[in-house]
Write a protein that binds this ligand. Structure first.
Ligand SMILES: [Zn+2]
Length: 184
């Protein structure tokens, strides 16, 4: 059972606090991504002496997470703040999980394009994206096919079906909200 402390504030219900646990996980998440990305980037750099390829790995291994912006904009609109973005509450309230770049289909397509064209960046990019997805899989999610776009599509990008943790957090959020307004 999830437990949240310091949930209530005088200003009302703070989704920010609810998501603090999520933020704490973010450090673990980012740290793991940096380590894996560096390992892949250094491998490509050692093989090719190309700093551009190293940067491609950084792009695929770390900046792939910028696709969360898509989910954030879908819920908050274009006027979202950094706090909105990192709080991640758009998954609890918006109930949708798109993360378009977190898709093994995309990784596979890029890899095939690499094989066909022989361009090295088309190997570095899917390798670093794949490394990122494996870390995400180990750190975050419960469903085995979470990072297949087709799987998310099949479930209508429903955040609660795709990740039961979101459903638990939403339940907790609604219960606290009812208590806060004595709405029973
Ligand atoms: Zn990610």
């Amino acid at each position: 059972m999830l437990k949240y402390t310091g949930f209530r504030s005088r200003k009302g219900i703070s989704m920010w606090k609810l998501r603090k646990k999520y933020i704490d996980n973010l450090y673990v998440d980012l740290g793991s991504h940096v380590i894996v990305t560096l390992a892949i980037g250094v491998f490509f750099y050692a093989e090719t002496r190309s700093f551009s390829l190293f940067m491609v790995c950084v792009l695929g291994g770390i900046f792939i997470d910028l696709d969360h912006i898509y989910d954030c904009v879908k819920y908050h609109g274009r006027g979202f703040t950094l706090k909105d973005f990192f709080a991640g509450n758009y998954y609890i309230r918006g109930c949708k999980l798109y993360i378009p770049a977190h898709s093994w289909e995309l990784v596979t397509l890029l890899f095939i394009a690499g094989c066909l064209s022989g361009r090295l960046w088309l190997f570095a990019l899917p390798a670093s994206m794949g490394g990122h997805l494996i870390v995400d899989h180990l750190v975050h999610w419960k469903r085995p096919y979470q990072y297949f776009l087709a799987f998310r599509w099949k479930f209508g990008f429903d955040a609660f079906l795709l990740d039961p943790t979101f459903a638990l957090e939403r339940e907790e959020y609604l219960r606290e909200r009812r208590e806060h307004y004595n709405y029973y």
